[in-house]
Design a protein around this ligand. Structure first.
Ligand code: ARG
Length: 439
């Protein structure tokens, strides 16, 4: 079923009907579609374009449709071209002639643009809430587990950090993600309603009224841009891609940490699965899936950039391709954030193993060099001396803290008993960047 047909002599091919229909996915924006229609109808009545009586019928009918969809009485299905067609035909079935007046001074081009902006804005607020949950989970887990652990570069043990500090690196990432999304909300928040198909309409409409009622900060400046702008979807997809990249990095660490090689954490049974053949296996599937699903969101971003890149102004049907990609990315990022937060909250932290790992790998070598510098040795010479101390320890299977003062003095006579305090891990942590956190 469609909203046009007058100028066609032949029927549309069945193949084309299926190919063209967007109902199977734009059904997801039904709330926004009805919300936009209600405000549009109010504006039409306020500007004297439809009567108060028609407005009452239209609002009553739309409310009724909203409730029926919400409680499952009315299913969004059937041979309708899109969600806009579905709502308008249902409205006319319910209220008769007045329903046919709803689309006055409006095109599906500005209608779909406003629906998608409302949907994108709602989703962006949901993503902010999910990011808050993620941040809280990381902060809680860090606070509950005051363990020291190796910090890595090149995945080689480098210097000592704390588990809390490590998790807080992700808190910083997710806080930046929130700012990016807030910025995207600010940029998208202009109303395209009233742009018509591409060049407005001859009716005395009030775009400021609809803009304000729908919570936008102002109507868009240019109609051609208003109906064909999909920047905000691309921008949010880019924000979501960065969120997924952060989640994927965190997932990678959880996967590595839960291996026997590291054994720093144990993923809860709630978020792991077993093997059908190897009875002993417990696999970190939740973080693996998050890492894997990152590609879907990147894919949606690249797909939409590609859809848009060659389009002339203004609306083109290519733009219908935005919905499946955007909706899939939304579903992915929201579910991954929610699952990741729970994986963090439910995992077991193996404090002793983290601390044992600190003892191996010369994580205080840099501080031995700093000690020598404090005693007057130039840093480059100190670096060389500590390099030799490390070789000695490796050859003799010792760690630096276990060397006797005599052994230390073989390398530099300026070393005295104060070195032991200086290079204790807890003391190292209390200085430098680590003084920012409680140990
Ligand atoms: N389903 C269409 C979309 O998603 C709605 C707009 C249709 N406009 C048109 N001129 N055919 O883009």
């Amino acid at each position: 079923m469609k909203l046009w047909g007058g100028r066609f002599r032949e029927n549309e091919s069945g193949l084309m009907e299926d190919f063209n229909s967007s109902l199977s996915f734009d059904r997801r924006i039904w709330r926004e579609d009805i919300e936009g229609s209600m405000v549009h109808a109010e504006m039409l009545a306020k500007c004297g374009i439809i009567s108060e009586e028609d407005l009452e019928k239209i609002i009553g009918g739309l409310k009724n449709i909203y409730e029926e969809i919400e409680n499952g009485q009315l299913k969004i299905e059937g041979n309708y071209e899109d969600i806009h067609t579905f709502v308008e035909i249902k409205l006319t079935e319910k209220i008769g002639e007045a329903g046919k007046k709803l689309h006055t001074a409006r095109s599906r081009n500005d209608q779909v643009a406003v629906d998608m902006k409302l949907y994108a804005r709602n989703i962006a607020y949901e993503a902010l809430k999910s990011l808050d949950k993620m941040i809280e989970a990381l902060q809680k887990k860090g606070a509950e587990n005051p363990a020291i652990m190796p910090g890595y570069t090149h995945l080689q043990r480098a210097q000592v950090v704390t588990f809390k500090y490590h998790l807080e690196a992700y808190v910083s990432m997710f806080k930046r993600d929130k700012k990016r999304i807030e910025n995207s909300i600010e940029l998208l928040n202009e109303s395209p309603l009233g742009c018509g198909a591409l060049a407005g309409s001859t009716y005395p409409i009030d775009r400021n009224y609809t803009s304000e009622k729908l919570g936008f900060c102002k109507p868009v400046d240019n109609f051609l841009d208003g109906v064909s702008d999909r920047d905000y979807l691309i921008e949010l997809l880019s924000d979501f891609s960065i969120v997924m990249m952060h989640l994927s990095r965190l997932s990678e660490e959880l996967i590595v940490w839960s291996s026997k090689e590291f054994d720093f954490i144990q993923i809860s049974d709630q978020y792991a699965t077993g093997s059908s053949i190897m009875p002993h296996k417990k696999n970190p599937d939740a973080p693996e899936l998050i890492r894997g699903k990152t590609g879907r969101v990147y894919g949606s971003l690249v797909a939409l950039l590609t859809v848009l890149k060659g389009l002339p102004l203004a609306y083109n049907k290519d733009m219908q391709e935005d919905k499946e990609k955007f909706i899939d990315a939304v579903d992915t990022v929201l579910s991954c954030l929610n699952i990741a937060a729970d994986v963090i909250l439910t995992m077991k932290v193996k404090k002793d193993n983290m601390e044992k790992a600190v003892d191996k790998g010369f994580l205080n070598a840099t501080e031995v060099a700093d000690y020598l510098v404090c005693k007057g040795m130039p840093f480059r010479d100190a670096h060389e001396v500590v390099g030799r101390i490390v070789i000695y320890c490796e050859d003799n299977n010792k760690d630096i803290l276990s060397l006797s003062l005599e052994e230390f003095k073989e390398f530099a006579d300026i070393i005295d008993g104060s070195i032991y305090d200086y290079i204790q891990y807890k003391n190292i942590l209390a200085k430098g960047i680590k003084k920012e956190i409680e140990i």
